[in-house]
Design a protein around this ligand. Structure first.
Ligand SMILES: NC(=O)c1ccc[n+]([C@@H]2O[C@H](COP(=O)([O-])OP(=O)(O)OC[C@H]3O[C@@H](n4cnc5c(N)ncnc54)[C@H](OP(=O)(O)O)[C@@H]3O)[C@@H](O)[C@H]2O)c1
Length: 356
C-alpha cells in the first residue's frame, strides 16, 4: 500500500471541497449553473453570471490549463461591446472528470456542435433530476439531440458574442439575449429556472416557437460562414458591397428553406435586428476564430444541416453550399496533411496538389 495522501490533497487538487464544487455553499439558495466549456462563450457566460451574483456558476472544462487559470486568476472580460472597463469575475471551475453528479439546476452547453454528443453525456450526469440542460450551440441539430437524449433537454440560442483570448481572458464583442424554447411538458419548470438567470448583462427569454427561434438564429449566424469563406472577421462584411450581397443571398436561402419547412420566422424582428446592428463592429465571428486558431469549424453541422433541409424540400442552396466548401477548403489548406491521397502524378514539390 502506498503512502497515504494528506487529507488536504484532494481538496487542493480540486481547489475546493467536494461539497462546494457547484460554486454554491451549503446554505446557498442561488441557482446552481454548470457552464460546459471554457471557450469564448463559456468564459463569458460564466463570468457574467458570477459578476451578477444571483446564480452560482461553475465552469466545466476538459483542459487543465483552463481550469487552473480560472481557478487562480478568475476571468477577465474585456468589454469591447460596451466600451466599459474590463470586468473581473470568479466563477467556480472544475475539470470535467471531477464534476459532481446531479448537482446543477441548469446546465448550459457552450461547446462546439461537433462536441455535442460528449457534452450531452456529461450534462446528463451534471444536471439535477428536476434541472434543465440547454443546448446553446449554433446549428439546428444540437437542440434536437439534447431534446432526444434527455427529458431535461431544452433547445436554446444565444445572441452574446465573444472572442477567446486565452484561458481566463475573453473579449465580449456583442451583448445579447439567451433564448430558450422548452418543449411544452418542460415549459413551466424551464421558465422558472431560466427566469432566475435573467439580468441586464444576460437577458433571458423563454419562447414557445422552437423552430422560429432556431431558424431566426440561423439567418443571423450565416454571417459566420461568409466571414469564414473570406477569412476575415464578420465586421469586414460591412466594408464590401459584394461581401454584403453574398450575405444577403445566403440569408435569403436560409429563409427560403425555413419557409418551405413551414417555420414562422418573424421577418420584422429579423429586419429590425439586422438594420440596427447589421454585423457587430467588434465581432470576429465564430468560424473565423476557429479557422484562425486552427481548431475545427462547425460549418458542416451548421450550413450542411440547412442544405440538407433544403434538399429535402427541393429548395436550392448554391450559395450556402459554396460557402461551406470554401470554409472546408480553408480548413484543408491549413491542415498539415494533404486533403486528398498523394498519388504518383503529384509533382515532387507538391505544386499540383489542391492544397499547395
Ligand atoms: N463566440 C461567439 O461569439 C458565439 C456567438 C453565438 C454562438 N456561438 C456558438 O456557441 C458555441 C461555442 O462557441 P465558442 O465561440 O465559445 O467556441 P470556442 O471558443 O471554440 O470554445 C468551444 C469549446 O472548445 C474548447 N476550447 C476552447 N478554446 C480552446 C483551445 N484554445 N484549445 C482547445 N480547446 C479549446 C472549450 O472546451 P473545454 O474547455 O472543455 O476544452 C470550449 O467549450 C458554438 O456552437 C458557437 O457557434 C458562439
Amino acid at each position: 500500500m502506498g503512502p497515504r495522501r494528506p487529507r488536504g490533497r484532494r481538496r487542493d487538487l480540486r481547489g475546493r471541497a467536494a461539497g462546494t464544487l457547484t460554486g454554491a455553499g451549503p446554505a446557498d439558495t442561488r441557482l446552481r449553473v454548470a457552464v460546459v466549456g471554457a471557450g469564448a462563450l463559456g468564459q463569458l457566460v460564466g463570468a457574467l453570471l458570477a459578476h451578477d451574483g444571483r446564480a452560482a456558476p461553475t465552469i466545466v472544462s476538459r483542459r487543465p490549463e483552463a481550469v487552473e487559470a480560472i481557478r487562480y486568476r478568475g476571468i477577465e472580460v474585456r468589454r469591447l461591446a460596451t466600451g466599459d472597463p474590463p470586468l473581473h469575475a470568479r466563477p467556480a471551475v472544475v475539470a470535467a472528470a471531477d464534476a459532481p453528479s446531479a448537482a446543477f439546476d441548469v446546465v448550459l452547453l457552450l461547446n462546439k456542435s461537433y462536441d455535442t454528443g460528449w457534452a450531452i453525456g456529461l450534462a446528463r450526469t451534471l444536471a439535477a433530476a428536476d434541472g434543465v440542460v440547454v443546448a446553446l450551440q449554433n446549428g439546428l441539430s444540437s437542440a434536437e439531440r439534447v431534446e432526444r437524449a434527455d427529458p431535461r433537454g431544452v433547445a436554446g440560442v444565444i445572441y452574446q458574442g465573444a472572442e477567446y483570448v486565452g484561458p481566463g481572458v475573453v473579449d465580449h464583442t456583442v451583448a445579447g439575449a439567451l433564448v430558450a424554447a422548452p418543449p411544452p411538458a418542460r415549459a413551466a419548470r424551464a421558465a422558472a429556472l431560466l427566469g432566475r438567470l435573467d439580468s441586464p448583462a444576460l437577458p433571458v427569454r423563454v419562447v414557445a416557437d422552437r423552430d422560429a427561434m432556431l431558424w431566426e438564429k440561423a439567418v443571423g449566424a450565416v454571417s459566420n460562414a461568409v466571414s469564414g469563406a473570406l477569412f476575415l472577421p464578420v465586421r469586414a462584411i460591412t466594408r464590401s458591397a459584394s461581401a454584403w450581397e453574398v450575405l444577403e443571398r445566403a440569408r435569403a436561402e436560409v429563409l427560403a428553406v425555413a419557409a418551405a419547412r413551414g417555420v414562422r420566422v418573424d421577418l420584422e424582428v429579423l429586419r429590425s435586428r439586422f438594420a440596427g446592428r447589421p454585423v457587430a463592429r467588434d465581432n470576429p465571428g465564430s468560424t473565423y476564430q476557429s479557422l484562425r486558431s486552427g481548431r475545427g469549424t462547425e460549418i458542416g453541422d451548421f450550413i450542411g444541416e440547412i442544405e440538407a433541409c433544403g434538399a429535402e424540400r427541393g429548395v436550392p442552396t448554391p450559395v450556402l453550399a459554396t460557402l461551406r466548401l470554401l470554409v472546408r477548403a480553408r480548413e484543408e489548406l491549413s491542415a498539415s496533411v494533404p486533403a486528398h491521397p498523394v498519388t504518383s502524378e503529384d509533382a515532387p514539390d507538391g505544386s499540383n496538389r489542391p492544397n499547395a
